[in-house]
Write a protein of this length. Sequence first.
Length: 318
Amino acid sequence: MAITRFLLVWIVFSTKNIGGYLHQVVHRLFSALKTFLCWVLRFCNVRLVLAIARGLCFLGVLGREFRHQNPVATQNFHCLTGQKGRIDASWIAVRRKILEASATWAQNPKVLQQLAACTQQLDEAVAPLRQKKNAVILAPLHSISDVLAAMVGAGVTPGRASVIVSSSAEQYNARARALGGVNLSYCSIHQDSKQLASSLTSLLSDVAMGQQNLIIFPDITPDYTVQTEEAASGKLRCRLFGRVAGLHSGIARLARAVSAQVVFYHLYYQDGLRIHIHAPVKARDVAEKLPEVIEQALQEYPHDWLLWHSHSLYFINQ
């Protein structure tokens, strides 16, 4: 009996020791793999890496967790634009991860150079507004990567920015932002209404004084904000692709609050990262211009937009 108890105790502790050892081995393997991938993304040609990743995506090796989004994304694309072809949501997601890792953890010189060029172009577009002492709101679309789009906006004079996001976006942690050389703060729309009001008041004061930039993604779909306290009143009724739609009204309200001019822009990928910048829009014209900006981007750069997989898009509860 004593021997049986001894064996049971020995087996339990041996199993725990083996489990702990295996956990350490797996952790070290993942750390080594991460280091290797960072080395690849830093020193290898990113275009070559993307080409290989695209092939692996086609074979189903990469992007498996996103493949279920492809039918919804393609159907949304067909219904709205009337164009033929398919949207490969899995490849859009994989490319996004590669480019984000290249710009932050890997610090790929070529990618950073391309982002710097985008920032310079955006800075040149904003400079005349700054000279006239106009408040400015930067409005990137969810194209290529919201992280990279925010990084581009954060580099615009004065080199400091806050981005209004949903809570999930805060997973892009401070260390990664620091590696990307980004002086960027987050203001979550899912925080308590009083906290949100306080944060926005302070932020808008800085924006009006030109001390920092405000970045807000105007093409956020209503299903991201349906659980917030402002959801019922936060929609901007408009027509999008000939249909009655509901866009988030946040950018129009914030622009009116500080009489800001809004600069819409989005990234796209064409032999490298590039930027498309729209002419500045006055606060009173934002609500009218926003649907046009979204329509143009989705028609001209459909394979760069990140939100095709959203089931409702902008037509929830219509």
